[in-house]
Design a protein around this ligand. Structure first.
Ligand SMILES: Nc1ncnc2c1ncn2[C@@H]1O[C@H](COP(=O)(O)OP(=O)(O)OP(=O)(O)O)[C@@H](O)[C@H]1O
Length: 304
């Protein structure tokens, strides 16, 4: 595998991780374009953390290749690559008995950074005013932001964040979201995971969806939306009789709803209802939401 560093920040081929005889991640071909805000989605346990750990060299793949920032990730190259990658995996890393600033100095000393780099990172996550507060007095959102600042201080080319909005209230989620959008605009490639589509889909430029360890979709939000099947809504005062005549119809929206019908099938359904003397007040199509598409994909767990 040889990808262009200018266009691809992370690429994997056949990336696989087995724990004993259980396969947690199977044959992933990820492509995270340079400068992308890549939303890595999947239900709990689908393998997001395991994948991110492999990208950071924290867990060894059972099979497959990883290329990060144009270099093959190996135990030997990891030392060169890590200073260019900021990450936050699982819980935010700060020590509660230290202040925000003291936590930042740990990263400074480990990576040989300057105080001004720490200060800039704290300013970016809007924690400068709280730098001297003990982290145990921070809110969950502040802890997450400190974790992001610790990842940012090195001015990374690539930021890998595992569920940075976990445990946050809607305002906290919005804050992290706008922070990531701002960062992406400065040219940092960001890979961010979530199990909730609506936390991520609007900000992400590319989405990768995992289900049971497999990548079942990778592409833009628009491409994902193309997978949606419009529902047909039939308004009728006799939904029970209508359901008996239409396979797959469910009650709702002032009548019944049925999905996946093409034009001819729709015409046939309407003919059948009229022939059975069922009143039809209206027939319309409703686009499936992106959330529905996501649930369909991950719920079914099948490959596209
Ligand atoms: N060290 C390990 N040993 C054995 N099994 C593991 C280990 N780490 C992860 N797994 C299993 O691998 C699968 C994927 O886990 P992973 O944590 O990567 O999923 P996830 O998508 O990040 O979910 P979550 O959001 O819940 O962390 C799970 O079934 C998990 O139980």
């Amino acid at each position: 595998m040889r990808t262009d560093q200018k266009t691809t920040a992370v690429a994997t081929r056949g990336l696989t991780k087995r724990f004993g005889n259980r396969t947690a991640v199977e044959a992933l071909d990820l492509r995270v374009p340079q400068g992308a805000l890549y939303g890595f989605l999947g239900p709990n346990g689908s393998g997001k953390s395991t994948t991110m750990k492999m990208l950071l060299g924290l867990t060894r793949p059972s099979a497959g290749e990883i290329e990060v920032l144009g270099q093959r990730l190996t135990p030997a190259s990891r030392g060169d690559l890590l200073p260019m990658i900021g990450s936050m995996i699982e819980a935010p890393p700060g020590y509660g008995h230290l202040t925000g600033w003291e936590n930042m100095t740990i990263v400074r000393d480990m990576l040989g950074l300057s105080d001004s780099q720490l200060d800039r990172a704290l300013a970016t996550v809007r924690l400068r005013d709280h730098r001297d507060t003990l982290v145990r007095h921070y809110s969950m959102g502040m802890k997450q932001r400190l974790g992001i600042a610790m990842a940012l201080a090195r001015e990374p080319s690539l930021l890998i964040l595992d569920e940075p909005t976990n445990g946050l209230d809607p305002a906290g989620i919005e804050e992290v979201r706008s922070l990531l959008v701002e960062l992406a605009q400065t040219g940092v490639t960001i890979m961010v995971s979530s199990h909730l589509l609506d936390e991520i889909d609007r900000m992400a430029t590319v989405l990768g969806i995992l289900s049971s360890g497999r990548l079942i979709f990778q592409g833009t939000r628009e491409e994902l939306f193309k997978r949606s099947v419009p529902d047909l809504v039939i308004e009728t005062p006799q939904p029970d009789r209508a359901r008996a005549l239409i396979t797959g119809a469910v009650p709702g929206q002032g009548g019944v709803t049925v999905s996946g019908l093409d034009k001819e099938q729709t015409a046939e359904v309407v003919r059948r209802l009229v022939a059975a003397d069922i009143d039809v007040y209206g027939v319309r199509r409703v686009q499936q939401s992106l959330e529905d598409v996501f649930m369909d994909l991950t719920g079914r767990g099948g490959l596209l």
